[in-house]
Design a protein around this ligand. Structure first.
Ligand SMILES: *Cc1c(COP(=O)(O)O)cnc(C)c1O
Length: 395
């Protein structure tokens, strides 16, 4: 595989992912289980590769959002416990049991279907109950926890293993947000106590995402669920926070200049003619567009790196291409490597910088990267694996 054979690609630095896992593990301590959250294809990085790297560096559990994501990992021979965090439809019960995936339970209909599937396969399925402590998303309310646990415990084939909830503002620094996180945590602990007194012992209680795991040691309980930090993103979005740890970016996004030409004065660039050259201008074409997950709002706003210098996007980002102004980079030439995310020379564009430009969370930038962007996996600077569309490898 040579990078020259690729039009545009993402580089995934597995050493950086490993370092992030170890940093998180060191921060949370040996008594707390680290779960690597690899939903949405590991936030665009590649679920199988990131899960493997995480498990080799101290993570003990894997978490996904959907059963199909869990099945992908099982097919790649990942045998660690996998918890499906999202809602599973009752009809997915068969898949869950067959592939050994742990479900999040929030509804009796799910539990009944799982119980039937568990009996059919002669298996015992460990389940995790989710409590809605103030996120307003999935879960039962704390007041419903005992009834739900009782119903689940009466169903054959189900073993109540976990209890969890999810913080809404663990990444925020205001007094009221800190109080809210504490309130959510207390509600979860209250539910756990009530269950204990009713005779339902929970072996794995968990609450923290990346931000909470780093910032609130007292909330780590038995296990923490980390995705954002694992992929090298600061869960506090750059707020100066006492809890912040050293994390390394894992993903870079690169391409090649596929046309470099001087456009005459007054030339319209891209759809809508939103940019017209004020003078004869060297314009280069970058073959990445919103069809690759590179956001259209970066039109006339974003920038990339060419020959170690910043070059602004001019005109609209199309589905498959966008154009940049390279008038100030006379060395820029056909097939030059261009960096959309990552570093080149002494310049660097973080995924967070792109996120700020389009006013979103960094996770949205990388998880939107389309499957047609090949993923190139690096260790010690060498390509160890590539993943391209349709799962084929390059000749
Ligand atoms: C996505 C997710 C996480 C991981 O959150 P990060 O902030 O990315 O670490 C943890 N728990 C649940 C339930 C999630 O959906």
């Amino acid at each position: 595989m040579t990078k020259q054979a690729l039009l545009s690609w993402a580089e995934i630095n597995l050493d950086a992912a490993a370092a992030n896992v170890r940093a998180l593990k060191q921060r949370i301590g040996r008594d707390v289980l680290l779960a690597a959250v690899v939903k949405a294809d590991a936030y665009g990085h590649g679920a199988v590769q990131i899960a493997r790297e995480a498990l080799q560096n101290g993570a003990k559990w894997i978490m996904v959002n959907r059963s199909v994501e869990g099945v992908e990992l099982r097919k790649a021979h990942i045998s660690a416990p996998i918890l499906v965090l999202g809602h599973t439809m009752p009809d997915e019960a068969d898949t869950m049991v067959r592939w050994g995936l742990r479900p999040t339970l929030t509804q009796p209909e799910q539990a009944q279907a799982l119980s039937r599937a568990a009996e059919y396969y002669g298996k015992e399925v460990p389940v995790h109950l989710k409590i809605d402590t103030g996120m307003g998303r999935l879960g039962v309310f704390p007041t419903q926890a005992i009834d739900f646990a009782r119903a689940v415990s009466q169903m054959p084939g189900l073993a109540l293993e976990g209890l969890y909830s999810h913080p809404a503002v663990a990444d925020e620094a205001s007094e009221s947000d800190i109080a809210y996180t504490r309130m959510q945590f207390e509600r979860l602990i209250g539910a756990r106590e009530a269950l204990r007194q009713a005779g339902y012992a929970i072996s794995i209680c968990h609450f923290c995402n990346s931000a909470a795991a780093i910032k609130y040691p007292e909330m780590r309980l038995d296990m923490v669920r980390c995705g954002t930090a694992l992929h090298g993103f600061d869960p506090f979005s750059g707020q100066k926070d006492a809890g912040t740890i050293e994390l390394r970016p894992v993903l870079a996004l690169k391409s090649h200049l596929v046309r470099v030409e001087v456009q005459a004065e007054g030339s319209a660039i891209s759809y809508g003619r939103t940019y017209v050259t004020p003078k004869p201008t060297r314009i280069a074409v970058v073959p990445v567009g919103y069809g690759d997950g590179y956001r259209r709002v970066l039109s006339n706003r974003g920038f990339v790196l060419v020959r170690g210098q910043r070059a602004p996007i001019v005109g609209r980002v199309c589905m498959d291409q966008f154009m940049i102004d390279v008038a100030h980079i006379p060395e820029a030439a056909l097939y030059d490597e261009v960096v959309l995310i990552g570093s080149q020379g002494s310049e660097c564009i973080l995924s967070e910088d792109v996120a700020r430009l389009v006013d979103t969370h960094v996770n949205e930038i990388t998880s939107a990267l389309a499957p047609r962007i090949p993923r190139v996996y690096l260790k010690a600077g060498l390509v160890v694996e590539t993943r391209i569309l349709a799962g084929e490898d390059l000749p």
